[in-house]
Ligand binder design. Sequence first.
Ligand code: GDP
Ligand code: IMO
Ligand code: MG
Length: 424
Amino acid sequence: MPGIVLIGTQWGDEGKGKITDLLANQMDMVVRYQGGDNAGHTVINGDQEFRFHLIPSGILYPHITCVIGNGVVVNPKVLIEELDGLESRGVCVDKLLISCNAHLVMPYHLVLDGACELKLGKAKIGTTHKGIGPAYADKISRTGLRVQDMLDIKIFRKKLEAALNEKNEILTKIYNFEPFEADKIVADYSSYAKRLEKHITDTSLIVNQTLDKGKNVFFEGAQGTLLDIDHGTYPFVTSSSPVAGGACVGAGVGPKRIDRVIGVVKAYVTRVGSGPFPTELDDKVGERIREKGGEYGTTTGRPRRCGWFDALILRYASRINSLTEIVVTKLDVLSQFEKIKICVGYEYKGKIYDNFPPHQTIVHKCKPVYEEVDGWKESLEDITDYGDLPKAAQKYLARIEELGGVPIKMISVGPKRKQIIFKN
Ligand code: GDP
Ligand code: IMO
Ligand code: MG
């Protein structure tokens, strides 16, 4: 019965990979339902660090079936590199399944992603340049190629040639780029198909059968609520639905299958790429958070923008995702300040907003309203009992819980598996 969704409540990089890996132990299946290799989920197992982009963060457990659902966009070249990398480190990947309905990221998507960003100039989104936006655009335009097309190379070629008719016009006439040759792409994707064929299947059927058997299925979100195409800070978003509702669409299960929705909440906020960020700290405090938190992109290496915790964002994420509980991550990173700020409102033109405003202008131009609480300077890294946390840290968590209106079930105090505190 239990279907559990885990999502990011902010702009991504909340620590979803660590929490998925931690909870995966009790699961039978871990499913990615959206996004592509724009995601970067870090898992530390013993003294080994793994960075997952397409492969679900449950892969390190041999008993778990990992699924790349229909809602994911798959760059098969990257997926094969990721599989090879894991195998070379002794990880068995036999139990990975890939949806035959997932869409493919094609070489021209990567070029178009870069070209669009270049054309936007200062207004660029700051994408990961993985071709994600163009791949989803083709899916919605009904001109995309799917994983199953690779298994019938005649069909693949036909669809590819139709796509290239349009893409090559755009590439050569608008962007002044070289056109793509169908033959080369057909040859490359035929070889990817040979490698991936044994993993490709009707994953919706298997996910539903697993739930029917009363087994535990974990849906691992990528990105975060504010990067959602519908509910995020559009246009500075990704092109998929990272919110909890996306799990149903992107895995092929009905909403009644979902029993719990876990929100991952970083103890402060980060963002990589462009777009509004009310509590951003473009100063020494922001730098201290970045350095202690190692806030550099897992996928692109870009420095992440850092800012204070924002309660409006948590309340919004709770509403959009029907959160049943939250996990607060990276609390240890705040163990360096005399005082810590919590954003409890946005001020714009004399009005105070206590809900995330629907009009983007307000998010761009508002001034955060802060509440200041005492910090703690003790290290938290070795604490495993809630009661052992400094009183000021407990108060900070209680305030997050109160402002967000969602119970905290876990607190992460370091990147390793064992650095976790369970809270009743
Ligand atoms: P994801 O995209 O949400 O999976 O997050 P990322 O893996 O991109 O970024 C989170 C980073 O923080 C990774 O380097 C993790 O190893 C690290 N991390 C996760 N939880 C904690 C924590 O509680 N404390 C610290 N200091 N680091 C953490
Ligand atoms: P995980 O799963 C943080 C951001 C990019 C950019 C915007 C659009 O690791 O949390 P895209 O390449 O998706 O078209 O870029 O979304 N972005 C992420 N930011 N974490 C991620 O994934 C992200 N995936 C995309 O930086 O602002
Ligand atoms: Mg990440």
